[in-house]
Design a protein around this ligand. Structure first.
Ligand SMILES: NC(=O)c1ccc[n+]([C@@H]2O[C@H](COP(=O)([O-])OP(=O)(O)OC[C@H]3O[C@@H](n4cnc5c(N)ncnc54)[C@H](OP(=O)(O)O)[C@@H]3O)[C@@H](O)[C@H]2O)c1
Length: 275
């Protein structure tokens, strides 16, 4: 019987590419998204679209249960839904901070808690959390996004131990820059970069320019979907999959440098002041 994968945030980008790849490999795919009218999977057999805003805990439970019933199984959960909040921490509103964590962190908790009774009872399953290279190292002007992705990374590492006795593998796929809607329509800012009354505006402009210049979109979403598929199917207990040559290069460089030298390199490459 075909295996079933449940994926969040599949309207565009990495989530949409993952839906296509799993479907092409013959999987049954529960493709969830905030607005099902955005779905572009009419050509794919065995894909069902479910409405799910991951900030709605009750909806997460309903979607997991409905997909489990419709497909008669649940083998892999991919927590992909997420977005970036960029800009100075000091300028962020309570609403922006809470919304960032509601989607990137509490959304993952809600969907994972809904899936766990099923996976634990069957003593098998794979949970893949899409974090970021920004869950292992930080860039300037992204403090709140990093807080969510570092949080998910630590959450996943601990959960790896907790669920291993039940035959459930927890995995992290950490992409570098990917050419999706992440840096355009999905991006939220804590400040207008052109508002020079904000003392951080110059730093924000430098950081945005550096992302655009240095491969903010080094990988295609299809390449990240391939890494996700490997993580879902390799049967390994490996926790982290660093996805994209940019992410791998950066983390390798970090591992080989002192903390001070790495920080100086990051300040230089983002054009932010050292003092
Ligand atoms: N692109 C990158 O450079 C990059 C790098 C590292 C990690 N990532 C991570 O990769 C994941 C996917 O992002 P992407 O690059 O594919 O960007 P994307 O094209 O903007 O896709 C993000 C998806 O998340 C969905 N989403 C946002 N808030 C949601 C919510 N509350 N409930 C359900 N779905 C929600 C969006 O849905 P709507 O269409 O409704 O907005 C969209 O389908 C994110 O977790 C992101 O942090 C991306």
């Amino acid at each position: 019987m075909s295996k079933t994968v449940f994926i969040t945030g599949t309207s565009t980008g990495i989530g949409a590419a993952a839906v296509r790849l799993f479907a092409q490999h013959g999987w049954q795919v529960a493709a969830t998204m905030r607005n099902p009218a955005d779905a572009k999977f009419g050509d794919l057999p065995n894909v069902r679209v479910y409405a799910l805003d991951v900030t709605d805990t009750a909806a997460a439970s309903r979607a997991i249960e409905q997909a489990h019933t419709d497909f008669g199984g649940l083998d892999v959960l991919i927590n992909n839904a997420g977005y970036g909040l960029v800009g100075p921490f000091e300028s962020a509103t309570d609403e922006q901070i809470q919304a960032q964590f509601a989607t990137n962190v509490f959304g993952v908790f809600a969907v994972t808690r809904a899936a766990l009774p099923i996976l634990r009872a069957q003593k098998s399953g794979v949970i893949i959390n899409i974090t970021s290279v920004g869950g292992r190292t930080a860039f300037p002007m992204n403090s709140l996004y990093h807080a969510t992705k570092f949080g998910l990374d630590g959450f996943s590492e601990s959960l790896w131990y907790e669920l291993a006795p039940f035959g459930i593998h927890v995995k992290v796929v950490a992409p570098g820059g990917v050419a999706t809607d992440f840096a355009t329509r999905s991006l939220k800012m804590t400040v207008d970069p052109n508002d020079d009354t904000n003392p951080y505006a110059g730093q924000v402009r430098s950081v945005l320019a550096a992302f655009n210049e240095h491969g903010g979109a080094a990988s295609a979403p299809e390449q990240i979907a391939e890494v996700i598929y490997t993580a879902a199917t390799d049967g390994a207990s490996q926790l982290r999959y660093i996805a994209g040559t940019d992410a791998q290069g950066l983390l390798t460089a970090k591992a080989g440098m002192s903390e001070a030298d790495f920080a100086t390199m990051i300040q230089g490459s983002f054009g932010v002041a050292t003092t």
